[in-house]
Ligand binder design. Structure first.
Ligand code: SF4
Length: 419
């Protein structure tokens, strides 16, 4: 099985040597996030990792371990593991810690690091110490709540399970990041900081931020450019230009040692798309995810796009039925037009489904559902019995008869977030 280097095509010749000696692997087991950065649309991997536009599935912990095992067989000299996204590891602490426990038990020699936004990290620091986590990378873009209020749409307060906005949300995050740094330093865990430099938002704040980071004895820092994500609140912002980034790095370098994102081996990982796909499929099948949800106006054909469906019809395998499956229930969908919120709620509502079939499915919901290991199938005007037979039986997907108009990915019914 071919393993590929994530960054091989992007990096310059001078950094290729670093990539080729890369013996690190990244595992993604956390589908959710506990806050909303305005530069992120929750449809790709966490933007704080510095790799734009990648969509990774969140694997079940046991399957993540199996994936790691196969990768180690292919590359016996893998020596480092990073736990990252695709959401936030501590928004999904059970999955994250279960993975860490299994990895530590089976591969005691692996160096383990975690990348996090720092929210909800503090309660889990004792567990990280017990599991000999070597390094924590925290995404910190500001320590000024007024700047943070521009950066974060909301920050969930774990104690009350409510999203805080404005200064309260930013203040909670900053306070928890600083508390986590103090505790990690006390325990001698190395701390790196990833900072996205955003022109007009936090670029002028970088010297003050790094001065504070130095006071907290941060080990190293990586300044990253903002790469606008389609659909994010900051999608219209300019990508951070080279001179702004260089200036930020120079200012920051006066206080904290700087890492180059693409030459830093911590940002270059071995991976295998084929193996990830295999374990992503198994993640969906290994749970009680046996149902298939369909978007249908009349129950006869697949004739509704995902963005317009007010409810889904759920079917499950039924060995005693002649067709091999049986209707289970009607499941209401979140309000139509809710944009990204609709897709995330839908992924929760259909969490026991292994697949969704609709006449059209936009890129954004496709990514959100895929991240939750829910397979998506587009079949337009295909009879329901044939669509279900196809997906339950894993037969070839029938070709779409025609492409519906009005599914531009920005339609009103889609809430501006695709179909
Ligand atoms: S912490 Fe990461 S996943 Fe969460 S909103 Fe920010 S960039 Fe997106």
């Amino acid at each position: 099985m071919e393993a590929t280097m994530k960054c091989e095509t992007e990096i310059e010749q001078t950094t290729l040597q670093t990539a080729l000696s890369c013996r690190a692997i990244s595992l993604s087991v956390a589908p959710l996030c506990n806050l909303q950065c305005n530069f992120c649309h929750h449809q790709c991997d966490c933007a704080n990792e510095g790799i734009a536009g990648k969509v990774s599935p969140a694997l079940q912990p046991t399957l993540a371990l199996d994936y790691l095992g196969e990768m180690i067989q292919l590359h016996p000299d893998i020596s480092e593991l990073r736990i990252s996204g695709p959401g936030e590891p501590f928004a999904n602490p059970e999955e994250t810690l279960e993975t860490l426990r299994m990895v530590r038990a089976k591969y005691p020699q692996l160096k383990i690091s975690i990348i996090t936004n720092g929210l909800d990290l503090v309660p889990h620091i004792p567990a990280l110490i017990r599991l000999s986590v070597r390094k924590v990378t925290i995404a910190i873009h500001t320590f000024d709540p007024h700047i943070g209020a521009k950066l974060y749409a909301w920050v969930r307060d774990r104690k009350t399970n409510t999203p805080l906005i404005g200064l309260r949300g930013a203040g909670l995050l900053i306070q928890q990041q600083q508390e986590a740094i103090h505790l990690l330093k006390e325990k001698d865990i190395a701390i790196e900081v990833n900072t996205i430099v955003m022109t007009g938002i936090n670029d002028a704040h970088i010297p003050a931020l790094t001065q504070q980071l130095r006071g907290l004895s941060i080990d190293a820092m990586t300044c990253l450019p903002l790469i606008p994500q389609k659909g994010a609140h900051f999608e219209e912002m300019e990508e951070t230009d080279a001179s702004t980034l260089i200036t930020a790095r120079q200012h920051a370098g006066a206080f904290v040692s700087q890492l180059e994102p693409l030459t830093n081996p911590a940002n270059i990982f071995l991976e295998s798309d084929a193996l990830l796909e295999k374990y992503s499929d198994q993640s969906a099948a290994a749970t009680s995810r046996m149902c298939i949800a369909i978007a249908s106006i009349d129950g006869l054909g697949i004739n509704q796009n995902l963005g317009h469906a007010p409810r889904f019809l759920l079917f499950a395998p039924e060995p005693d039925s002649p067709s091999g499956y049986a209707f289970q229930e009607v499941r209401p969908a979140p309000p139509v037009g809710g944009g990204m919120q609709r897709w995330e709620q839908l992924a929760e509502i259909l969490g026991d489904c292994r697949a969704v079939i609709a006449s059209a499915i936009g890129e954004e919901p496709r990514n959100v559902l895929t991240r939750k290991n829910i397979r998506v199938y587009e079949m337009d005007e295909v009879p329901v019995h044939l669509a279900l037979k196809t997906v339950f039986g894993a037969e070839a997907v029938p070709r779409r008869k025609n492409k519906r108009e009005g599914c531009s990915g920005k339609g009103g019914g889609c809430g501006g977030s695709g179909c």
